[in-house]
Write a protein that binds this ligand. Structure first.
Ligand SMILES: [Zn+2]
Length: 322
């Protein structure tokens, strides 16, 4: 009842096909280590085999989706309600909308394991897919890090004075605390992207979803240091459902989708990443890209083109709505 028709994704056939592959892999491996919209897992101690992160390359066909993944769509393109900002002016890349995102997670929140929130099977929350300020703003979001490409992404963002949101995998945050601290020190914001990136995330039993979401937040907070705030939760693969959205909400995090998906994790080529963003982005949009999950050289190269393009188009950079 809470799923509006506008969430139907034009990319869904691809995603479903990929999900089918993910499910097959998960069935074999006993955990899902594949990426759909959100890319493959960073190699970690819990990764199973090198071939587990098999999401690349093969998802460009047009086969009808067969994966039983209802509700796997995250945020889809939608028209921002705010009018175009008449005074957009500066185009300096300076962030706007500095109001903190989710404010329910007070700084200094203890990192201990919280009590498991109850399931709310019938009540989805809103999945955010627009910026906080609306108007001619854009929110850049980077998933699956921190990892080897995170430093390059941060360097580029700093060059353009752009603030972004990083949806981090808990175990990657734990392995790279210095990068988490750098993300925070440079004014970016954090988002919970689960501990292990299991997919299809929306199929997890409640208790496992609680663990993946709450433990990841704790790991990110521990890596970032005292006062670290994690304002959003993004389900791996966009696998939101009412249960995981409410688990996140109970932990003070809003569910964060996107409106533009250039599928950079699949390494479609720099030109494809750039052109997809340029054609799909509307004012107030949230762009999904990746700083982890494998070789992100295409993402970095695309970002080098997209940042000046966004500035030239009059966009200012914002955080997602909360
Ligand atoms: Zn992801």
């Amino acid at each position: 009842m809470h799923r509006t028709p506008t969430r139907r994704s034009p990319l869904r056939p691809h995603r479903n096909r990929l999900l089918a592959g993910c499910i097959a892999v998960a069935a074999v491996l006993g955990l899902s280590a594949c990426g759909t919209a959100s890319g493959a897992l960073q190699p970690t101690a819990t990764a199973t085999t090198p071939g587990a992160a098999n999401s690349t390359g093969t998802g460009n066909g047009t086969a009808a989706g067969t994966a039983p993944a209802p509700g796997s769509d995250a945020a889809q393109p939608r028209t921002p309600t705010a009018p175009a900002d008449p005074g957009r002016a500066t185009a300096t890349g300076k962030p706007v909308g500095t109001t903190p995102g989710a404010t329910t997670g007070a700084p200094g929140t203890p990192t201990g394991t919280p009590a498991a929130p109850p399931a709310h099977p019938g009540q989805a929350t809103k999945v955010i897919s627009s910026t906080a300020s609306g108007g001619r703003t854009v929110a850049l979001t980077f998933d699956d890090g921190p990892g080897p490409a995170t430093g390059q992404v941060l360097d580029l963002l700093a060059q353009y004075h752009v603030k972004a949101t990083f949806c981090e995998i808990g175990q990657n945050a734990a392995a790279n605390p210095a990068l988490v601290k750098r993300v925070l020190a440079e004014g970016h914001r954090l988002c919970d992207h689960s501990v292990h990136h299991p997919q299809p995330f929306e199929k997890l039993p409640h208790d496992k979803a609680v663990y993946e979401i709450s433990a990841a937040r704790d790991m990110i907070v521990k890596a970032g240091g005292p006062g670290t705030r994690v304002g959003w939760f993004r389900a791996p693969g966009g696998g939101f459902n009412a249960d995981n959205e409410h688990i996140a909400a109970g932990l003070g995090m809003d569910s964060l989708g996107w409106s533009v998906d250039p599928r950079d994790w699949s390494r479609p080529g720099v030109a494809a990443i750039v052109s997809t963003v340029q054609s799909q982005l509307k004012p107030g949009g949230v762009i999904l890209m990746h700083d982890g999950g494998g070789d992100r050289s295409q993402t970095v190269a695309a970002l080098k083109q997209l940042l000046p393009w966004l500035v030239a188009q009059g966009y200012t950079f914002d955080f997602p709505a909360a």
